[in-house]
Design a protein around this ligand. Structure first.
Ligand code: CA
Length: 734
């Protein structure tokens, strides 16, 4: 049977404590207030009444804003489910908490705010979506959905590891279980921090039966950018795989049964898994709601009445209605919780927060999903009610981020905020009715790492201030700059507009400064180039070769190493042809790509006696990356090799010289890197070998005969490399 919630009336009464004098309020805060943190998945602010939604009503969420504060400039640090949650738990950016992309596993042994709240005397609980692969730590009570979880008849993993199946609708079950914990399972004498985390309104947007008829016969307003052509911005926008036009599945997203009848417009192959989970009566209710609409659409299609734009419009309506219906159940649940707080008398000393792990595209730019640093998915809702501290109706403009939640909760609890947390407590700002201090941040840093994955959004990062947004796309080395005041929909990048030259330079400085401040070094962060076909294919070949094992000598590096198969082919045959050697070089790779490859299959079953490593010149060539950062990337590779191939001796080459002469800036950068990495030699496992002189003329220039482009070796160059390397190989017993 489905659990059916009534629609709760909006309580207009302002809780009495708002009327209490300020002195008493602060005393109340000292008593360690409870925290109810309701958190949903993919709920964009533009689908919340209080944020000015033009497409739906959320009376219960709006009540939190009305009785407390709404933050208009609230952002995530990495717009994707798992990473956002990890940022919240740790108060750190993704590169510091180690959860860069979905599919990573959260290291639950690290410092998190729930653990520190436990230390401060709180009971902590999390019920609902977790999505961090490892089990929760730092919670007195938890009950979580496996992975993404299901809307219908969901399983919830219990603390003893068992899965318990609940019949009904996920949002309602999570609400009810959270309420049950509040009512019966906690110690009423201690403060609590309860995280009630919904799956909704995540894809595939399966609503509860009580909201099937919501928006029936109504057309929801379309966003202005529904037919965005992606001109005027990074060329990578066109590679997206998250458009309403091309990337909705017939079954999973659009809720048709059977195979796609229009595979050009509706992707085949992924059925509606929720339908399969339903009971017979749930299926009957579902079909009664969807079948007539589906039939009508198919009839119109068969009659040839719908243009391709009409089909996109139909998809938008199907999508947005389902999405909003899911949100309505979240709003119902929030209403139930607020009502319980009122009835139980807990409301006065309980802070209520509503947020969601990131925003979402509701057809803007022709998209669904998130990931991109554009406003719709960068923004997170943040509504907070704190009776006695925040006056009703605070409209806050400060730039806040999900890394601020942990520090805020800790200050609320009266606990110390660890220095390693990168976010800042919002408590002083909340006490000042949303007014930030002069030292509050004027820009946020954002980074997205999930390359070559579902939806094909490229790695990018950037900064946003109150008015401008700068994005950087490493693959194409493109900057995009948006003036959010003049172009709030981010349709034209002005990075090349001379009028914005000064602003671009200023924003680039903010970008570099913030990366330094947050200690972002991309040279050490594993990165795939799997979104580039040539790289993907070569990576696959290397992994396949390595799986054969039987290797004594491995060369690891970039195009200069890969070139052993090109201009160096004959030299390779002569020197290494019968020595069980493998080439693990890929052109264009930087340290971060080698880190990725070595931890994603490229070492296969090989256990070489010697590995020759030369990497880093592309970190120089692509970004002029700081030598200490590149050296840290090399060091990380050495650590991986030590871990995975403890018996292998490493010949660490100094990066070969490049450029016309001895004052070439990139050559100087490589020299500076070499000055650092030579110290990684330990006289036993790691041997540093600097052979740059082999390629230089006596005046420090590089002859075109040795390096035709002053970077890559000729056949003669490879001959010199092999000859210079040979004594070291002999010494190491090869
Ligand atoms: Ca999400």
């Amino acid at each position: 049977m489905l659990r059916v919630f009534a629609v709760w009336p909006v309580t207009l009464a302002v809780s009495f404590c708002l009327l209490v004098a300020q002195g008493v309020m602060l005393q109340g805060a000292e008593k360690q207030p409870n925290i109810l943190f309701v958190f949903s998945d993919d709920h964009a602010p533009q689908a919340i009444g209080a944020y000015g939604s033009k497409i739906n009503d959320t009376p219960n969420l709006d009540r939190i804003a009305r009785e407390g504060a709404i933050f208009q400039n609230s952002f995530c640090a990495n717009s994707i489910c798992g990473p956002s949650r990890a940022c919240i738990l740790t108060g750190k950016h993704s590169h510091k908490n180690g959860f860069l992309r979905n599919g990573n596993r959260f290291d639950g042994t690290q410092m998190t705010f729930p653990k520190l709240m436990q230390d401060a005397g709180y009971q902590t609980a999390i019920i609902g979506k977790w999505h961090l692969s490892s089990n929760p730590t730092g919670f007195n009570h938890w009950e979580i959905l496996p992975g993404q979880g299901s809307y219908y008849n969901p399983d919830l993993i219990q603390m003893n590891g068992e899965r318990k199946r609940y019949e009904g609708y996920c949002t309602d079950i999570i609400t009810e279980n959270a309420l049950n914990w509040l009512k019966d399972k906690r110690d009423p004498d201690r403060p609590f921090m309860l995280m009630c985390q919904h799956k909704a309104p995540h894809r595939n947007w399966s609503p509860p039966p009580r909201h099937f008829s919501l928006y029936k016969g109504v057309d929801i307003a379309e966003p202005e950018t529904l037919f965005d052509d992606y001109e005027g911005r990074s060329k990578l926008l066109k590679e997206n795989e998250m458009s309403l036009k091309d990337h909705f599945f017939w079954g999973h997203d659009m809720k048709f049964h059977g195979d796609s009848q229009y595979p050009d417009q509706f992707r085949p192959g992924l059925a509606n898994g929720e339908y399969r989970r339903m009971t017979d009566s749930q299926k009957a209710a579902w079909d009664a709601a969807y079948q007539p609409e589906n039939d009508k659409f198919l009839q119109q299609m068969k009659a040839g009445k719908l243009s391709s734009k009409d089909v996109i419009r139909w998809k938008y309506q199907r999508y947005i209605k389902d999405y909003l219906r899911c949100i309505q159940a979240v709003d119902d649940g929030v209403g139930a919780m607020l009502e319980y707080l009122d009835e139980s008398g807990l409301a006065n000393n309980t802070i209520v927060i509503y947020s969601s792990d990131q925003g979402f595209y509701l057809g803007e730019h022709g998209w669904y999903d998130k990931r991109w640093m554009f406003e719709e998915s960068l923004r997170m809702p943040f509504l907070i009610r704190w009776p006695g501290v925040i006056q009703p109706g605070v409209d806050a403009k400060a730039l806040i981020q999900n890394i601020d939640y942990g520090p805020t909760f800790l200050e609320i609890a009266g606990a110390e905020i660890p220095g390693e947390m990168q976010g800042r407590s919002m408590v002083p700002m909340l006490q000042a009715q949303g007014q930030p201090s002069a030292s509050w941040r004027d820009a946020i840093y954002y980074a997205y790492y999930e390359n070559a994955a579902v939806h094909n959004v490229p790695v990018h990062d950037g900064v946003r201030t109150a008015r401008y947004k700068l994005m950087f796309f490493p693959r194409t080395r493109e900057w995009n700059l948006f003036d959010l005041e003049k172009d709030p929909q981010e349709m034209v990048s002005v990075h090349a507009d001379p009028e914005y030259a000064e602003i671009l330079a200023g924003m680039q400085k903010r970008y570099r400064d913030l990366r330094q401040f947050y200690d972002v070094n991309s040279a050490v962060l594993p990165a795939t180039r799997g979104d580039e076909q040539r790289w993907r294919e070569r990576d696959r070949v290397l992994t396949r070769n390595a799986r054969q094992g039987n290797v004594d000598l491995a060369f690891i590096g970039d195009s200069i190493t890969q070139g052993w198969e090109g201009r160096g082919k004959d030299v390779w045959a002569k020197h290494y042809g019968d020595r069980k050697a493998i080439n693990l070089g890929i052109g264009g790779d930087r340290t971060e790509h080698v880190i990725w490859r070595l931890t994603h299959g490229n070492l296969g079953k090989i256990k070489p006696k010697v590995a020759v490593l030369m990497i880093g010149t592309n970190n120089t060539g692509h970004f002029d990356q700081d030598p200490s950062e590149v050296a840290a990337g090399v060091e990380r590779i050495l650590e991986i090799l030590a871990q995975r191939l403890p018996e292998t001796k490493i010949v660490l080459h100094g990066i070969f010289p490049r450029g016309a002469d001895s004052l070439d800036a990139k050559r100087l950068n490589n020299i500076a890197i070499n000055q650092i990495i030579r110290r990684y030699a330990d006289g036993d496992r790691v041997h540093y070998l600097e052979i740059g002189d082999e390629f230089l003329e006596s005046d420090g220039t590089i002859s075109r005969e040795i390096m035709p482009d002053q970077l890559h070796l000729s056949k003669q160059g490879y001959e010199r490399w092999a000859n210079a390397l040979e004594p070291k190989l002999k010494e190491l017993g090869l």
